[in-house]
Structure formats: C-alpha cells, structure tokens
Design a protein around this ligand. Sequence first.
Ligand SMILES: Cc1cc2nc3c(=O)[nH]c(=O)nc-3n(C[C@H](O)[C@H](O)[C@H](O)COP(=O)(O)OP(=O)(O)OC[C@H]3O[C@@H](n4cnc5c(N)ncnc54)[C@H](O)[C@@H]3O)c2cc1C
Length: 205
Amino acid sequence: MCGEQLARAGHTVNIFDEHLAWEKPCGGGLTHKAVECFPFLLDNPYPKKLVSSIELISSNEQSVMLDMSHPIVIYSRTVLNGMLLNRAAEAGCRVQRSHVMSVDTSEAKPRYCVDGEWRSADFLVLAAGARNRLLPETRPLERDELEMTQGYFVPETCDAITVKFLPHFEGYIWSFPRRNSIVTFCRRRENEHFPSAPCWARIGR
Ligand SMILES: Cc1cc2nc3c(=O)[nH]c(=O)nc-3n(C[C@H](O)[C@H](O)[C@H](O)COP(=O)(O)OP(=O)(O)OC[C@H]3O[C@@H](n4cnc5c(N)ncnc54)[C@H](O)[C@@H]3O)c2cc1C
C-alpha cells in the first residue's frame, strides 16, 4: 500500500518480496477502522468473508454471542497480499520476487543487496516482518520475547469468529471463517503445551 501510494505520487518504486502473495500465518481479518481508512479493502471483487458476530467460549464451556455493528472483513492472506501487490503494480511499482540479502545505511544514500548486486535508493522502506534481521542497529527477537502459535486450516466455513479459553491454559484458541475455510490458531505461553485434539473439536465443528 505504501509503494502504491508513492508510485501514484510520481515516485519510482521497486518492491522486493521473497514470497510475493503467500498464505502467511495470519487470520487475515481486517477491522472496521482499517476498512474506513481504505474503503477499497471492502469494495473490490476479490473473495472475502464478512463476519458480524463473535462467539466467546469460557473455560467451563459457557458461551456468549456478540453481534458487531460493523463487520470484520476476512481474506485469505494469499488473496489480500495478491490484491495489494496487483494494485502496487498497476500504480507503476516494479514488483520483483527476490530475497534482500542485506541493507547498508552507513552512507548518504541507503543501499541494499539483492540478487548478488548492491543498489542504492533515496529511501528504503523495510516491512519484512517482526523477525527480520535487515534493520541496522537492531537484533532479532529472542525466543523468550515470542509467543508460540499453532494453526490449522479446516475445509469448511461458518458465520461467526470463535474465541475459546481452556481450563489450566493461559493461551486460547481462535478461529476465523474465510470464504471457503476456517483458519484456526492456538496461542500458548512459553511453558505450556498445545492442547490435545479434543479441545479443538468444538471450535472446528
Ligand atoms: C497467527 C497470527 C494471526 C494473525 N491474525 C491477524 C488478523 O486477523 N488481522 C490482522 O490485522 N493481523 C493479524 N496478524 C498480524 C499480521 O499478520 C502482521 O501484523 C502483519 O502480517 C505484519 O506485516 P509486515 O508487513 O510487517 O510483515 P509480514 O506480514 O511478516 O511480511 C513480511 C514480508 O517480507 C518478506 N520478507 C521477509 N524478509 C525478506 C527478505 N530478506 N527479502 C525479501 N522479502 C522478505 C516476506 O516474504 C513477507 O511477505 C496475525 C499474526 C499471526 C502470527
């Protein structure tokens, strides 16, 4: 989106991503605030699912359904990334599937190394994920700064988001229905084990 807007403002933009559009581990849910800022996220022909209710299930199996006045829009990440990259390309960005090896900001113009060649630019925008090692003077996140998440794709869909808490487990399970599948994640604390299969049963029904 950043590249697209820079290109529309007349700048020359090169976008590098080693995967381009891919099903990265993410629910793909966009809030009403995001859609309000960028209406094209809703007004487009790409497949998506609009969800207006969330079921919360407590660790003793009590549940409540919350209805939202504005829906959450849920995309597959391949679709969402593809749409953003297509818009960037249409705006004039050069989109290239490549791994950026390293970045050097010690000189007046920042430099980056891609396909074995050092190039320079007026500005570099790094959006390479929380675990990237490219940003100068930063370090990768340590293990104890991360939480573990396990995810599944269930080949069916439903109408509500579900969030389920479990007894004796600080993390939780959440599921996001997409157009043709449900993506289900479980987040756990460092010292916890992921719950066994029966705990996923209700949420994946
Ligand atoms: C389990 C889970 C569920 C989530 N659910 C939601 C949700 O429902 N809604 C929501 O808004 N957010 C959600 N998030 C958060 C969301 O995924 C992240 O905030 C968002 O993806 C961060 O975007 P980013 O561009 O910074 O990094 P990323 O999405 O990680 O993208 C980084 C990109 O950089 C590329 N890259 C990395 N290194 C290099 C390199 N050296 N050279 C070239 N390319 C490189 C990768 O291929 C990747 O495409 C979720 C996250 C997780 C883990």
